[in-house]
Ligand binder design. Structure first.
Ligand code: AMP
Length: 282
């Protein structure tokens, strides 16, 4: 529980990983933006179960936020996060500053096409470019055996699987099921922005996804089910719906009716807080 190492430099991260490797032990990586909750800690526990050593990273990556998004307001609590990580069995926290990750002259970007065309890729231009670039860097800096990402950000998980494959980064990318609150709301660092009234309304998102997924599983035309889901969100207090979409899980392209391996995705605002979630369609 004690003894977690905290490093801020890539060189120090590499030195610790090299020492572990020398003794033949495996390494798992869990990248995060901090403000940790049980969803993040479930990734740490999965990594701990499958690797001798676990690295967590905390870096609020400026390049994945749009100009009107919540970068400066994003919740930060490194001391609280470090205590939670140590408790969950994390061995090393890598918490670099922006200059360490993007030194002067930085000029490279990783772009994953196709998978980033729809869903959050359409409503958050530039977001997945920022994610793909920072995750590539974190994977190459730590060279873990396995890296863990939540299914809550399903599109992000698929983008990362693709880039690891395409760039021949020798790591297994593992998806971890979404951890939810008692009323079904997917845990998220952004949930703390919600007023008491909006927090109540937020539970409608997973509820509507679950009910719509059951209707779609019957195999009919998706369009009316998706339109109805959007209307119910707006009637329930959501102020804007970016999308409610049925896609195939592998390619993340919209499909007109459910097929094996399809998933329902949604992103919607409660005031200024943007929530996302997804649900498998059986
Ligand atoms: P974030 O700090 O929001 O960038 O998330 C870091 C990692 O935790 C990502 O792989 C997320 O998909 C994952 N994550 C966030 N929320 C949850 C959740 N409720 N359940 C499972 N994983 C999650």
């Amino acid at each position: 529980m004690t003894g977690m190492i905290i490093v801020r430099r890539v060189a120090d991260l590499r030195a610790h990983v090299a020492a572990w490797r020398k003794s033949g032990s495996s390494v798992g990586l869990v990248p995060t933006m901090g403000a940790l909750h049980e969803g993040h800690l479930s990734l740490i526990r999965c990594a701990k179960a499958e690797n001798a050593h676990v690295i967590a990273t905390i870096f609020v990556n400026p390049t994945q936020f749009g100009p009107t998004e919540d970068l400066s307001a994003y919740p930060r609590d490194e001391a609280g996060d470090a205590a939670k990580l140590a408790q969950a069995g994390c061995d090393l926290l890598f918490a670099p500053d922006v200059a360490e990750m993007y030194p002067q002259g930085f000029a490279t970007a990783v772009a994953v096409s196709g998978l980033t065309e729809h869903l959050c890729g359409a409503s958050r231009p530039g977001h997945f470019g920022g994610v793909a670039t920072i995750v590539s860097k974190l994977l190459l800096q730590s060279l873990p055996d396995r890296a863990y990402f939540g299914e809550k950000d399903f599109q992000q998980l698929q983008v990362i699987k693709r880039l690891a494959l395409d760039l021949d980064i020798p790591v297994a990318i593992a998806g971890v099921p979404t951890v939810r609150e008692a009323d079904g709301l997917a845990m998220s660092s952004r949930n703390r922005y919600l007023s008491a009234q909006d927090r109540k309304a937020a539970a409608l998102l997973p509820q509507i996804l679950r009910e719509s997924a059951a209707l779609l599983a019957a195999g009919g035309d998706a369009a009316p089910v998706l339109a109805e889901a959007e209307q119910r969100l707006l009637a329930g207090g959501f102020t804007r719906v970016d999308y409610v979409a049925l896609c195939d899980e592998a390619r993340l392209q919209p499909i007109p009716r459910a097929q094996p391996g399809s998933r329902l995705f949604a992103a919607a605002f409660l005031g200024r807080t943007r929530l996302i979630d997804n649900w498998p369609v059986a």
